[in-house]
Design a binder for this molecule. Structure first.
Ligand SMILES: NC(=O)c1ccc[n+]([C@@H]2O[C@H](COP(=O)([O-])OP(=O)(O)OC[C@H]3O[C@@H](n4cnc5c(N)ncnc54)[C@H](OP(=O)(O)O)[C@@H]3O)[C@@H](O)[C@H]2O)c1
Length: 314
């Protein structure tokens, strides 16, 4: 457990002894309970994972709400957007396009927080950080899908995760995470004679670039070559740039139409080219990953976790 994921981010359980952390056991069997090991912990029985979705009005939030509503093991208890959103006061299911589900879109989750086991966030970085602070203050589990955090925000999240179980993944798809897992091995096996470029493409409304996934792929490549990403990353090229260096990692970004998400790692070698490509065809790959993470987090002590931990890729 605990491999790095995300730019400048260290993952893994925080340094709080397991016995002093609050074990929230998610189970379908009501008889199964966990007893508190310290004053931080509470005894409780759980049959359902109760979820608040922050960023409920967005493309991802709406898909998460649909999947939560369809899953008998999960219950939606809150749907949150910002305070000036036109959907405030509307039924979250209607906003998600699945018809009324009896949960109203609000701008403040303090009312529903006590009813929730976990917050699933797909919003914007500043808002997500505010929700993570709130979750830490109330020792609630958090699943963070939002990308585009600054290095300082990543550092704060790492500290906050010492007070809550916090799951963070810039890409919740199983395929991308397995791709990340084999990428370092591929770089090592191919050796130094290959130029490596990373290309990513997303829809026209994505606000951060390059994607968190592309940055993570670049970090894995740099690490496998014994380099620091900041020393070797080249973000786009223009003009009389001269010959490409052997060590640089080019990172190219496309924004167009409704592309859900595509990532290519290109290895250009002598007389051949090898490409590792992942294409997300639906946002449900991310939404179902977030839901799976939310359930899994019910069994985790306080600390910071990634898809590598969930998929046991470490
Ligand atoms: N980890 C993954 O697998 C994964 C996959 C896809 C996307 N993402 C990331 O998830 C984030 C959301 O993506 P998206 O495509 O769903 O974007 P989106 O459609 O723009 O959704 C974001 C939603 O959050 C709302 N929002 C803004 N401020 C808020 C606040 N203070 N509280 C609550 N909600 C607020 C936005 O309101 P408006 O409608 O007014 O803008 C919007 O409805 C992005 O960072 C994206 O990169 C991650």
């Amino acid at each position: 457990m605990g491999k790095a994921q995300g730019a400048g981010m260290e993952y893994g359980r925080a340094g709080v002894p397991a016995a002093e952390q609050c074990q929230w056991l998610w189970t379908q069997r009501p008889a199964c309970t966990v007893t508190a090991a310290s004053s931080q912990c509470q005894r409780r029985e759980a049959t359902l994972v109760r979820v608040i979705v922050t960023g409920a009005t967005g493309k991802m939030g709406r898909r998460v709400i649909d999947l939560v509503h369809a899953d008998p093991e999960v219950e939606l208890v809150g749907a949150i957007t910002h305070r000036t959103h036109a959907a405030l006061g509307r039924d979250a299911g209607a906003v998600a396009g699945i018809g009324p589900i009896g949960v109203v879109v609000e701008h403040d989750c303090t009312r529903t927080l006590s009813q929730a086991d976990v917050i699933i966030d797909f919003s914007v970085p500043d808002a997500a950080l505010a929700y993570i602070r709130l979750a830490a203050a109330h020792a609630k589990a958090m699943v963070v899908g939002t990308t585009g955090f600054t290095a300082a925000q990543h550092t704060e999240i790492r500290h906050l995760s010492q007070h809550m179980p916090c799951f963070m993944a810039p890409n919740m798809s199983v395929g991308v995470n397995v791709m990340l897992h084999v990428l370092g091995q591929l770089v090592t096996l191919l050796g130094p004679g290959y130029d490596i470029e990373i290309l990513e493409a997303h829809h026209r409304t994505k606000v951060d670039a390059p994607s968190g996934t592309a940055l993570r792929m670049a970090a894995v490549v740099a690490e496998a070559r014994g380099n620091v990403l900041d020393d070797v990353a080249v973000y786009g090229r223009r003009g009389m740039i001269g010959r490409r260096s052997d060590t640089e990692i080019g990172i190219q970004v496309v924004r167009a139409g409704e592309i859900v998400g595509e990532h290519t790692v290109l290895f250009g070698g002598p007389g051949e080219r090898l490409e590792l490509v992942h294409r997300s065809q639906s946002r449900d790959t991310f939404a179902s990953g977030a839901l799976r993470a939310a359930k899994w987090m019910m069994q985790q002590p306080w600390g910071l976790y990634s898809m590598e931990d969930l998929l046991r890729l470490t």
